[in-house]
Design a protein around this ligand. Structure first.
Ligand code: RP5
Length: 164
């Protein structure tokens, strides 16, 4: 199975990255995690991105806050799918990172998930791997069925509480 690469602009992004790690771990997906900054270590970010395909990665999750250029910088240097994960900082509630991540120029796409949406970033990466992996697709379906059951259980509780 191909690996998922996770790159974050700072170790301060780790709480959001942890949500993605938890999902990848629960699906037994191989992954690597790195701190590479588009601004502070641009050479390392470029090298990782340019070599990712030959190193057997299937998709890259790029995580950054504030002037969040990392996902775009990674995408500029690979044709692997890049998932942008904007992180909220103390100002602007992550809107700065969201716009910096999602507003890519034509030709270099970044598939952007919600601000701090670490779980969905991992699930989207798994869905990309599942395009050619029926077993993984079935695991995704099983999770969705479990999620549905959980929501239906919450609905039953709410209905019992309020619908007399
Ligand atoms: C971004 O700047 C990082 O991704 C992080 O979200 C933000 C702040 O970085 P630190 O100042 O905490 O290292 O590049």
């Amino acid at each position: 199975m191909k690996k998922i690469g996770i790159v974050m602009g700072s170790d301060s992004d780790l709480p959001v990255v942890q949500k993605a790690i938890d999902v990848l771990t629960s699906f037994e997906i191989p992954f690597e995690v790195h701190v590479y900054s588009a601004h502070r270590t641009p050479a390392e970010a470029k090298t990782f991105s340019a070599e990712a395909r030959e190193k057997d990665f299937g998709a890259i999750i790029a995580v950054a806050g504030m002037a969040a250029h990392l996902a775009g910088a990674v995408a500029a240097n690979t044709t692997l799918p890049v998932i942008g994960l904007p992180v909220s900082a103390k100002n602007f509630d992550g809107l700065d990172a969201l716009l910096s991540t999602v507003q890519m120029p034509s030709g270099i796409p970044v598939a952007t998930v919600a601000v701090d949406g670490g779980a969905n970033a991992a699930l989207l990466a798994i869905q990309i791997l599942a395009v050619t992996d029926a077993t993984l697709a079935e695991k995704l379906n099983a999770k969705r069925r479990a999620d549905t059951e959980a929501v239906l259980g919450k609905n039953r509780k709410i209905e019992e509480q309020f619908n007399k």
